[in-house]
Design a binder for this molecule. Sequence first.
Ligand code: SF4
Length: 486
Amino acid sequence: MKLSFNIDDIITGKSRLTDEQALELHHNASLHDLGSWASAVTQRMHPEDYRTYVIDRNINYTNVCTAKCTFCAFRRDHEDADAYTLEYDKIGEKIRELVAINGTQILMQGGMNDRLPIEWYEGLLRYIRTNFPTVHIHAFSPPEFVEFERFFNLDVREIIRRFRAAGLQTIPGGGGEIFSPRVRKRIGLGKCTGDDWLRVMRVAHEEGMNTSCTMLIGHIEFVRERIEHMSALRDMQDYAHALSDEATKRRSDGGKDSDVVIRRVMARWPGVFAKSLPPHPSSLRRSVASSLGCYTAFIHWPFQRENTPLGRAKEWDPNVYGPFDESTNDDILRGRVVRMAGADEYLRTLAISRLFLDNIPNLQSSWVTMGPKIGQLALFFGANDMGSVMMEENVVSAAGTTYRLEAREICRLIRDAGWIPAQRDQYYNVLKRHDGMDSPDLVPNPNARTRNVKKIDKQFIGSAPGLDDGADRSVKVQLPLLGEAR
Ligand code: SF4
């Protein structure tokens, strides 16, 4: 396939994919080409002989939420019979179970509950820090922080400082969805703008905290809007790196002054800098030296429609609506039609994100939504990490996704793909390489599934024809469905 640019320069890191080139790849490149290019970049960035996973637990401390995202099946109002807010002890119980299976971190997010004061959050963080000092606290997504600003009447910088003092360590990238205002105001009712999402993460990085970032595809967004989303993340990562260089008086961006990078990013995304003013670089030098934060990982997944208001929208049919991207059809523009993303679209977007996000080191496979086999295939399309064993998950599963894997199964998927599985921590440090026979996937499984063979009457299948084993031919057997639970 003929491209209008030299893909080798992108693969080797000599040049950067532009927004237009990313769009060209999406529309014109074959899935196989994308996979091989993205794999080459992943090999360059992660030449190790292992691929990683983490053992954590999602804890959704409340399902009460002031927002009404149309893709959400999890939120409740205060008055709903099944609305909840977990007590500290209940959260402690969940963490104890996590520690018992060698889990190392919690991913704690909620709905946005306007009846919880800041002291409740600080108390919770202190409770976890005191009772589970080894468990990493990865908690509260940017939309929650933006609502906290309103609930507590404080700037996000102050809230992050207080939470950090109480035990918060990193911030998950939940609620990123798609930053484009056209999309966001239609699917994220009552949720923060894209600028505000990016602002919270900017401040977290300035305060020395690492974060992750996300994208939700396969709903009402155009491909161009996905690329704009990634472009904003790449720019803000440039900003984080440049600020860090400025703080330590290093140079970045191919020898250009980091100040030039900072000014370029501020000029392109003014809304991200309109509130929570950035600190002056000289104060950074005094206070934090080289410990500024950045995005450590990018994760994207397709919208799950079951039980959600958006899931009731009509599915895109080209014969009815014409082309989807850049459509002028009113139903498409207003988000009344969804274009769902299957495995092809998921992997295509993953590969392009690996080629595009050259400054974000880790890409996670989204097996929770895509299932184990596509989750494994993702390792050949740009992912270098299988994400989390995820002892508990409530939000995506409320929308119909039910995939669950144990460490044994994740390790097996990694090993079968040709790498050594390795358990990591939140900072992508390897905690344990699974080389030996004590690896989760190699130790004998006492609960292995077997076929449950039952004797059934004559009308069913008999022994193989011609098999003269002296067996009693009057007894017929039927093999039931593979994988029947014991
Ligand atoms: S996705 Fe999050 S912010 Fe949106 S309604 Fe659901 S719980 Fe609330």
